[in-house]
Design a protein around this ligand. Structure first.
Ligand SMILES: *Cc1c(COP(=O)(O)O)cnc(C)c1O
Length: 380
């Protein structure tokens, strides 16, 4: 007997999306750019605050790519990137012919360790006689990285920071929204993120000059002229007016979805409390107000009597989608040659960690079913 599949992180429409799409059809704005894009950017900027400017793009990956271009990353340069992340944080470094330098995580937030960051910067300067061009910390699974320390080190060495907030829309560190700490920040609206535009992203900038320049690069770097004239290489990276319509609708439910993901995390936490060998990832203190995009657990095989992979397969057989934590970049074959500064924290997280279904549309019954599989796994 197959039950309805329980997905890891399913998109959920809020109800107003089609209205904005219909508006685009009615006014024949079925093109890249348009009123939905402008309105989506404005509501996003208002939501994250700190007077930031937001540019809607075709993906979060495009956002990181454009930020690195704007920061002048050139072939042969080095860019520091958190090792424990999704490959989209690091790929744009390679698009530019630059080289990633991977930095390991600390155990509190699972994100970039400030100590290892400092060590990496000092060692790269000693070895290459050049400063890394940028630092990319990530708020993985929505948990804010230790941005105070990271920004302090970045300022000390005068290296710009591109914050990867793709998973962290709505998360806050000491009351300040993720995406407003770095010089630039990327957001993602892919199908499984906090909100979706079916596919899309945004770059958060500090000034109007920066956001104008990003828009220029995102629309084929067209010079001001009645004809098509180009003095620089550009990209076709802007968001369409249709996708932005979905985004506008999603903005009306964003805070509800963040609240629900936090609630889902707290249900998992309370029902798994005291279960042998299972630890639910939690915030190190109230300062780190994660959106809990995904609730993650660690499985201690000795104590639990089963390992992460056994549990994942068991879930799969029950038609429940779970996923191992991100495989660190320094362990990826494609980055085998890249320098790495770490002490194995994320290696062990990858070995023992599992992401549980966490979508805003998940019912309490579905959560209880997932928990039931964990409770039973030890007794078989
Ligand atoms: C999803 C994601 C991205 C990239 O976003 P896309 O919109 O899919 O290109 C970047 N970094 C992290 C950590 C992500 O999870």
């Amino acid at each position: 007997m197959q039950n309805k599949k329980i997905w890891l992180s399913l998109a959920k429409m809020g109800g107003h999306e089609q209205k904005y799409i219909q508006e685009a059809f009615d006014t024949n704005w079925v093109v890249p750019l348009g009123p939905n894009v402008n309105a989506f950017e404005e509501t996003l900027a208002e939501y994250i605050g700190e007077k930031r400017k937001v540019v809607a793009l075709s993906s979060g990956t495009a956002a990181i790519h454009l930020a690195l271009i704007q920061l002048g990353v050139q072939p042969g340069d080095e860019v520091i990137c958190q090792s424990f992340t999704f490959v989209a944080s690091a790929n744009p470094i390679k698009y530019l012919g630059a080289n990633p330098v991977f930095v390991g995580s600390e155990p509190d937030t699972w994100n970039m360790s400030p100590d290892l960051l400092r060590m990496a910067i000092e060692d790269r300067i000693a070895k290459t006689d050049k400063k890394p061009k940028a630092i990319i910390p990530v708020h993985l699974y929505g948990m804010p990285a230790k941005m105070d320390e990271i920004m302090q080190i970045a300022r000390e060495f005068e290296i710009p920071v591109v914050e990867d907030a793709a998973e962290a829309l709505g998360s806050e560190l000491k009351g300040q929204k993720c995406g407003t700490f770095g010089d630039y920040a990327c957001l993602s609206f892919n199908g499984n993120k906090i909100i979706t535009t079916s596919g899309g992203g945004a770059l958060v900038c500090k000034t109007r000059e920066q956001s104008d320049r990003i828009k220029f690069f995102a629309t084929q770097a067209r010079d001001e002229a009645p004809h098509y004239q180009h003095s620089e290489i550009g990209y076709n990276y802007r968001m369409s007016n249709i996708c932005a319509g979905i985004g506008r609708g999603q903005m009306t439910v964003l805070q509800d979805y963040v609240n629900r993901r936090r609630e889902i995390h707290s249900i998992y936490k309370s029902l798994l409390k005291g279960v042998r060998g299972i630890t639910v990832m939690d915030k190190p203190s109230e300062d780190f107000n994660s959106n809990f995009w995904l609730t993650c657990i660690l499985v201690d095989k000795e104590k639990a009597g089963f390992d992460r992979e056994m549990l994942r397969k068991k879930m799969d057989s029950m038609n429940i989608e779970t996923r191992p934590l991100w495989k660190p970049m320094h362990l990826q074959p494609v980055f085998a040659e890249s320098p790495y500064y770490g002490n194995g924290v994320e290696d062990s997280l990858f070995d023992n960690g599992l992401c549980l279904p966490s979508g805003a549309g998940l019912s309490n019954e579905e959560i209880e079913k997932v928990i039931g599989v964990i409770l039973k796994a030890g007794k078989e």
